[in-house]
Design a protein around this ligand. Structure first.
Ligand code: PLP
Length: 381
């Protein structure tokens, strides 16, 4: 049976061109980028080139790119690294952050920091009134994601950054779900630090970066040989870093084309979903073009996902990392969605290889499953 993948916010397939760029560094070019001989120099040059490619995609200078093992590490590096430097005060993060921002922020609350969760509106956008209110209190750092991983809703990061800077707070954004889907410009966002990850943009798993404004100082999570300007010691994962660079290059060259293609497919899906009576979350806000987040009243999301999987379609319930957690999505609860509707949430996220035929086949399968599950529910009542 064929399998159609609609879970690109969890991870994307490795692009063939990215794989080709990585292969020499998995085979014959295995040098350590710190070695002074020919193979080391080749590895170093490859890392330098990747740094330029990542920097170009987000409009920064290459030394601002600190390679990490992924988005999780980059988010931890900012929050924990800043907390080592700043005196404890308030840390403000949105109520819809990924757990790899939410958990480190909660950990600071146990170390003398005051944690403030910024409220979101019913559309899933951070409430600027709550930002203003939060910044009345002395705040050391603010972290608000650029696009939410579940709803795809784009956040007013530049506006929040402006206010955070005025309040002398360090501003960070987790841009993992925005990169490769919309233009992400570090300078225009006016943030002090930004997280990106390779495997959401057709690059390899296990590579990411924290983009850092040189005017802030962070303490490293890992110390040792002083790699990455002392911010992340450890022998560089050259093949993955090369793949990340290649994926950024690819994304830069096809951003507009991808956005238009995915937006069209999403509109097709959502037309079908609305016709079937689905509730679509965040669809009145600006969203990244590939994501649709929906629920059917009275139908459990996990059950829907399992039934769709049996029919050859891969979709997700909320965030991939918390799909084993039976609690309704914290993002939806923060948006004021009733828990019984939030329990039905399904995340559908498109990628470049999806077609209109894939979408039509998905909608046909969904229609069957929803009708069957509704019948079962009606019989149980
Ligand atoms: N931030 C967001 C918004 C994400 O969606 C994810 C992954 O799902 C991450 C961070 C973690 O990135 P990584 O998988 O590279 O650790």
């Amino acid at each position: 049976m064929s399998f159609v993948y609609f879970d690109h916010n969890a991870t994307t397939p490795l692009d063939q061109r990215v794989l080709e760029a990585m292969l020499p560094f998995l085979r014959e070019q295995y040098g350590n980028a710190s070695s002074r001989h020919d193979m080391g120099i080749t590895a170093r040059r490859a890392v330098d080139q990747a740094r330029e490619q990542v920097a170009a995609l987000v409009n920064v200078r290459p030394p601002q790119v600190v390679f990490t093992s992924g988005g999780t590490e980059a988010n931890n590096l900012f929050i924990k690294g800043a907390a080592e430097i700043l005196k404890p005060s308030q840390v403000a993060v949105s109520a819809i952050e990924h757990p790899c921002v939410a958990r480190p922020a909660e950990a600071l609350a146990r170390k003398g920091w005051q944690l403030r969760k910024l409220a979101v509106t019913g559309d899933g956008v951070v409430d600027m009134n709550d930002v203003d209110d939060a910044l009345q209190t002395k705040t050391g750092m603010v972290s608000v994601m650029l696009a939410n991983n579940e709803s795809g809703v784009i956040q007013p990061v530049a506006e929040i950054a402006e206010r955070a800077r005025a309040a002398k707070a360090w501003m960070h954004t987790d841009a993992v779900q925005a990169l490769g889907k919309i233009a992400v410009d570090f300078e225009a966002l006016q943030v002090h630090a930004m997280t990106v990850s390779a495997h959401k943009i057709y690059g390899p798993k296990g590579a990411g970066a924290l983009i850092v404004d040189k005017r802030i100082e962070l303490a490293p999570l890992l110390s040792g040989g002083g790699h990455e300007h002392g911010l992340r010691s450890g022998t560089e994962n050259v093949p993955a870093i090369v793949g990340f660079g290649a994926a950024c290059d690819l994304a830069a060259g096809r951003l507009d084309e991808i956005a238009a293609q995915l937006e069209k497919l999403r509109a097709r899906v959502e037309q079908g979903l609305s016709a079937m009576g689905a509730v679509i979350f965040g669809n009145h806000a600006q969203r990244v073009p590939n994501t649709s987040y929906f629920a059917f009243r009275g139908i459990d999301g996990e059950t829907l996902i399992i039934e769709l999987d049996k029919m050859g379609f891969g979709v997700a319930a909320g965030a991939a990392c918390s799909s084993t957690n039976p609690e309704p999505s914290a993002t939806l609860l923060a948006m004021g969605v009733a828990p019984e509707i939030a329990r039905g949430a399904v995340r559908f996220s498109l990628g470049v290889s999806n077609t209109a035929q894939d979408v039509d086949a998905f909608l046909a399968a969904l229609k069957q499953v929803v009708a069957r599950l509704k019948n079962l529910t009606a019989m149980a009542v």
